[in-house]
Design a protein around this ligand. Structure first.
Ligand code: TYD
Length: 205
């Protein structure tokens, strides 16, 4: 039996990484075998691309940025996600194709039809069974992201208007894909948010 593919989306600071870890534990406790991946990353090529993208010293132009995210994704889908699903694992991905539509499409203004075609090419048409969108007002998300230790990465340093467009993009995607994308209010505590995540996952199982 093919495993379930679940992606997590939302702004920096929404708590995706924490919720992915909580869900992995809950699914394992329920007897499922789980693999967690993150984007960009999850393969050696992907982690190298991640370092280039987050470092910020390259002056990467929007279309180059898009291709870098997609290159990391193509490698991850082919080498990790598809094989794991075929072996019956449930795959949890911290970001996936909706990030590109929200950040490079709505955020940077790359034409959506081209983006969707490129995303299809990179993923070979592999769409998640369920996507959890952790939604948060932009100001709250940025405050949380900035409270993390360490230097702010390139995208966290973008203008407020950029992050507003990204959020709009995500909410637009949720309206376009009501069967796949579940919007979860990410303002509560970790436990409160997880309760909503778990409800969405149980309904999808
Ligand atoms: P990361 O440190 O993983 O942030 P987070 O913990 O919020 O996921 O950095 C990933 C950054 O890359 C994040 O700011 C969003 C951005 N991104 C895109 O712009 N396009 C994409 O396709 C993906 C996967 C990520």
């Amino acid at each position: 039996m093919r495993g379930l593919f679940i992606s997590f989306e939302g702004p920096d600071g929404a708590g995706k990484t924490t919720q992915v870890a909580c869900l992995a534990r809950a699914l394992e406790a329920a007897g499922r075998r789980v693999v967690c991946v993150r984007e960009p990353g999850g393969t050696r090529l992907g982690e190298d691309i991640r370092a280039i993208l987050l470092d910020g010293s390259h002056g990467v132009v929007p279309v180059a940025e898009m291709f870098l995210y997609l290159a990391a994704r193509a490698q991850l889908v082919t080498r990790e996600i598809r094989p794991a699903l075929e072996r019956g694992y449930t795959v949890l991905s911290d970001r996936y194709l909706d990030s590109t539509v929200a950040y490079q499409g709505f955020g940077r203004g790359i034409d959506l039809a081209s983006l969707e075609a490129a995303n299809r090419l990179a993923t070979g048409g592999l769409v998640p069974d369920l996507t959890i969108l952790l939604d948060l007002p932009v100001e709250v998300a940025l405050e949380r992201a900035q409270n993390k230790t360490g230097p702010r990465d390139r995208l966290e340093g973008e203008a407020l208007s950029f992050h507003r467009r990204v959020r709009e993009g995500y909410l637009w995607l949720a309206r376009q894909n009501p069967g796949r994308i579940r919007v979860v209010d990410a303002r509560g505590s970790v436990a409160e948010v997880f309760e909503a995540v778990w409800r969405a996952v149980r309904e999808a199982l």
